[in-house]
Design a protein around this ligand. Structure first.
Ligand SMILES: C[S@@+](CC[C@H](N)C(=O)[O-])C[C@H]1O[C@@H](n2cnc3c(N)ncnc32)[C@H](O)[C@@H]1O
Length: 207
């Protein structure tokens, strides 16, 4: 495998030296898109939020800033992402406001009906089956809980298609595909937005 493919494949599950390099740029690289996504969240005061596929942990930190009364759990199946997210959120962890755990979205070891908000930034491309993973999110959300997906590919852009061809197992979904999968997994209200000038999409679903 060429170095470029090995490097960009670290977005799927950061590991080893290249994974560390990838993670060092991930927090800043996704910040503008993540903030755009977060700006779509409806007014709410969550007690418990979870960021799924948290990477370097910056977006869990943003949730903690936006919702100072909330406890935020950050989950990733990459040991390196978990380490990085723990360092990034160490003050909030020390205060008991944040927890970072290793885990796979397809089999979440989290209790039923326990979260008000779940977020997924730049990660659903890699999940092993949307129906199975979305089913887990329906399970852990409280009734009326919100799930937000934010992607920098709308499934039709050239960059997304390029990386889909390079990174094994990556799938760039259209907003319509995500909305259909969310509804079939049990979400009741599903709305989406497309950035006016970039191929960014955000989808908000309510349980
Ligand atoms: C491109 S990174 C995005 C990280 C972060 N959300 C951000 O926006 O900067 C994708 C992350 O999702 C994680 N991931 C992918 N599939 C996962 C799964 N099935 N369960 C948990 N984490 C997953 C990867 O390990 C990686 O850290």
């Amino acid at each position: 495998m060429g170095l470029f493919k090995r490097f960009v494949s670290q977005t799927r599950k950061p590991e080893g030296f290249l994974g560390k390099v990838m993670l060092s740029g991930m927090n800043s690289g996704h910040a503008a898109m993540a903030d755009w996504g977060i700006s779509h969240l409806p007014p709410m005061t969550p007690e418990k939020a979870v960021d799924l596929g948290c990477g370097g942990g910056r977006n869990a930190g943003e949730l903690l800033k936006k919702y100072p009364k909330a406890h935020v759990t950050a989950i990733d199946y990459s040991e390196l992402s978990v380490e990085k997210a723990k360092v990034f959120n160490q003050a909030a962890i020390a205060e008991g406001k944040c927890e970072v755990r290793q885990g796979n979205v397809s089999n979440l070891h989290l209790p039923d009906c326990s979260f008000d908000l779940a977020t997924a930034f730049e990660t659903v491309y890699f999940w092993p089956g949307l129906d199975r993973c979305f089913g887990q999110i329906v399970r852990i959300l409280k009734p009326g809980g919100i799930f937000m997906i934010c992607n920098e590919s709308d499934g039709e852009d050239d960059t997304g298609k390029k990386y889909e061809g390079i990174i094994d197992g990556m799938k760039c979904y259209t907003a319509e595909q995500l909305e259909t999968a969310l509804k079939s997994s049990g979400f009741s209200e599903v709305t989406g937005d497309h950035h006016p000038s970039k191929p960014w999409i955000t989808i908000i679903a309510r349980k």
